[in-house]
Design a protein around this ligand. Sequence first.
Ligand SMILES: C[S@@+](CC[C@H](N)C(=O)[O-])C[C@H]1O[C@@H](n2cnc3c(N)ncnc32)[C@H](O)[C@@H]1O
Length: 273
Amino acid sequence: MTERGVHLGKVQETLLIPLYGRAVENRKPQPALRDPRAEDIVASIDYDFARFDNLPSLIGTVLRTSLFDRWVADFLTSHPTGSVVEIGVGLNTRHERLDNGQAHWFDLDLPDVIDLRRTFFTDSPRRTMIAASVTDEAWTDAVKSPGPYFFSAEAVLPFLSEAQVRHVVDLIAGRFPGSLLALDTAGPGIIDTQDQHDALSKVEARMQWTCADPAELTMWRPGARILASQRLSALPPRMYDELPAAYREMLAGLAEQRLPQVEEYRLNLVQLP
Ligand SMILES: C[S@@+](CC[C@H](N)C(=O)[O-])C[C@H]1O[C@@H](n2cnc3c(N)ncnc32)[C@H](O)[C@@H]1O
């Protein structure tokens, strides 16, 4: 894709959806999440973001990031000097939101994304960008900091094939045993209808990995445990209770409708063996 100043591959372009979601959220008087940096970045990227205006998925991306933030924050509370590895980081700003001054952070994405990311962020002794595919084992050598490790793969793995996802899970479990892995999964009701998806229909990339039940991961890696598997319509009470009232009402309505696009989308926290 080449569009008004941003030169990204098809799957890479999808990073602009959650980025815009956080920027729009930041403008609201009562947001679910504050991200002034995302607003600044959107203002400086020449891209037709208006195509995503008013899409329900934008709120979904914000709630997803917010839950992943909570999981990472919990990890850092228990392990303040641990390491956070953002797989397919895009232009996410989790480090800006959560860094505790002690943890190590690794921001991994494909080379063209890291080139773009480097125009907004810089490496530091505790923060390292890695330009690589997550499917290429070589990136694991760049993660040199002490454990324990939290791997955050937010809206990334569904874009890979199932074989690639299994390879990535094996890579992480093999090289970083005992790690936590946060990932989202999409069931057949989502994968089979993605051409009609409100946001994906506005870009060319499509998801490949259909995961009807996140428990599959525990069969791939015996000893792996699913610590949490949340639907957006049934968020953990401590997060739900802190959301603005309008969001709580919207989510309660969603829970009643039981739409496959909502019910089959899961945010999962996995303890690897
Ligand atoms: C929907 S975006 C999510 C970005 C970010 N995680 C967020 O939530 O803002 C998907 C991201 O996955 C990245 N990605 C896709 N395939 C990848 C691969 N094989 N290796 C590394 N990153 C990949 C894309 O470049 C893109 O940045």
